[in-house]
Design a protein around this ligand. Structure first.
Ligand code: ADP
Length: 491
């Protein structure tokens, strides 16, 4: 908007007409005082200022305007009866533009000047805006950089205080910071401590993880500089992302040597204990059978009571036997001595046999079979049957209020999938990933149901060694679906 300041309304009228015809917005003031009030209130792109006015004259008005920070950049065109020299224009008006027009006004000259000054004002305003945004942006970046620096410093101090070896790396995997512990194992600050020649190479695994941008989680023995001995460590490195992009890595190497040794001692103990327990148990079972045979039924079934207790003892011995066998299996898995006697066999027949075993030991349960597939499979039939029996036993054990268990087979291309569905207690979602781990039992159920938490671990090993897959879906209170799938022989 343009402000015209003149004490004569007729002058204002004619100027206004010229400008409005040319699409300019125009405002007016009849005195210097009125003009100053308006300037404070509104914003103008140009002021056309009459020099000779009663009271405050044009020069005085201009001087005051130059003192307001809001209006100091507004260009001014003076209107005067005589040609004025620039030196008449009072001090300090260092605005974007100043000019004059003598009366009588030539409309063409006036329009030319108004257009030039308005454009100049617009450009100055835009430049100021850009400058302001840039300044804010620089300030914001400076602040962000400072915060980042503080955070990096904080992270480094934390990594320095923890007992583990710790490091950070750039997005491309080059090591950026290492704590003091690092130097107890590594030769320098840029390369990982050397891993044992028989173990997976840390540097290689690290490069793979960096290339894929996925967390690294591995165990390896690394050599300590002081005694040149190897100590088992757990390496964990996590990518830190901004959006989808990895910007940094943070990692630790935790000494798990003692834990490993303790685990080894426990495995050795389990192996010895289960072997030692199995020998007398086998003898007891044999003696029990002899005892059962030698007692017989008696003339009028008078040994009924004795036989009843003998048969109960026999069934408890069977349970004990299967526990010991499971423990022995664990030892075999740990020592890599679980051997599989693989031969082709029919899978449907195996299911029938497993269902027979389960129905005999659990006569009350209602096991429904769905799907009648009978493909040939290359594998250890006894071991696969062990998996299915384990799934079924669990389905019955963890469903105290439902007798129904469904066994369903589906053939999908080159694989057969078996699903065992129960309507039992289910498994909480946060526990589901641990179910197949060694000695894992869901805590909520561990007092209610007996077990050692090894059955599923053995199952997982058997399936893995047959190139199969396994898993579970479950909902607490509704039931579980355990499945495994194996490759079939395709002709
Ligand atoms: P165990 O049954 O001897 O504890 P498993 O290895 O067979 O050991 O199972 C591990 C754990 O998985 C069990 O302790 C139980 O908490 C859970 N689980 C297994 N099968 C089921 C099932 N069908 N329903 C609910 N929980 C189950």
């Amino acid at each position: 908007m343009i402000l015209i300041v003149d004490d004569k309304p007729e002058n204002i009228f004619s100027l206004k007409k010229i400008l409005e015809v040319n699409n300019f917005d125009v405002d007016s003031a009849l005195s210097g005082e009125e003009a100053l009030k308006k300037i404070l209130k509104n914003s103008y792109a140009l002021i056309i200022l009459d020099v000779q006015m009663p009271g405050m004259d044009g020069f005085e008005v201009a001087e005051i305007i130059s003192g307001y920070s809001k209006s100091k950049d507004i260009p001014i065109i003076f209107l005067s009866a005589v040609n004025i020299n620039k030196r008449f224009i009072t001090k300090g008006y260092a605005s974007g533009g100043i000019d004059y027009i003598t009366k009588p006004i030539d409309p063409d000259i006036l329009l030319l000047k108004v257009k030039t000054f308005s454009r100049l004002y617009e450009q100055t305003r835009e430049l100021n805006e850009i400058q302001k945004t840039l300044r804010e942006e620089i300030e914001f970046r400076k602040q962000a950089q400072m915060e980042l620096k503080e955070r990096v410093q904080e992270l480094r101090s934390t990594l320095e205080t923890i007992p583990q070896i710790a490091f950070t790396a750039k997005h491309d995997g080059s090591i950026e910071f290492v704590n003091q512990q690092w130097l107890n194992f590594a030769e320098d600050e840029e390369t990982f401590p050397p891993s044992h020649p028989e173990d997976v190479n840390i540097q290689e695994k690290w490069e793979e993880a960096v290339a894929e941008g996925i967390p690294l989680n591995m165990e390896a023995r690394i050599k300590r500089v002081k005694d040149q001995e190897y100590y088992c460590h757990l390496l964990r490195a996590t990518p830190i992302k901004e959006g989808d992009k990895v910007v940094k890595w943070v990692g630790t190497l935790t000494d798990i040597e003692e834990q490993k040794k303790a685990e080894k001692r426990k495995d050795e103990f389990l192996s010895i204990a289960s072997h030692e327990l199995k020998t007398p148990l086998t003898s007891i079972k044999a003696y029990m059978q002899l005892l059962e045979r030698s007692i017989g039924d008696g003339p009028n079934n008078e040994n009924y009571e004795v036989n009843k207790y003998l048969s109960r003892t026999q069934s408890q011995l069977d349970k004990l036997h299967s526990l010991i066998v499971d423990l022995l299996d664990i030892s075999k898995i740990e020592s890599g001595k679980m051997v599989f006697n693989k031969k082709p066999f029919y899978f449907g027949t195996l299911i029938d046999s497993a269902l027979d075993i389960i129905r005999q030991t659990n006569p009350d349960s209602n096991i429904i079979r769905k799907g009648a597939h009978n493909p040939e499979i290359l594998g250890d039939e006894m071991r696969i049957e062990q998996v299915l029996v384990n799934y079924l036993t669990n389905a019955i054990k963890y469903s105290p209020d439902s007798k129904e268990v469904i066994v369903e087979t589906k053939v999908n291309g080159s694989h057969i999938k078996v699903t065992v569905t129960d309507k039992g207690v289910g498994i909480p979602p946060e526990k589901i990933n641990d179910i197949f781990k060694k000695f894992y039992r869901v805590e909520e159920n561990s007092h209610r149901f007996q077990g050692l938490g090894i059955g599923l671990y053995i199952c997982s090993e058997i399936i893995r060694r047959h190139n199969g897959t396994f898993g579970v879906e479950s909902e607490v209170g509704k039931g579980s679906q355990f499945y495994f799938s194996l490759p079939v022989i395709t002709k």
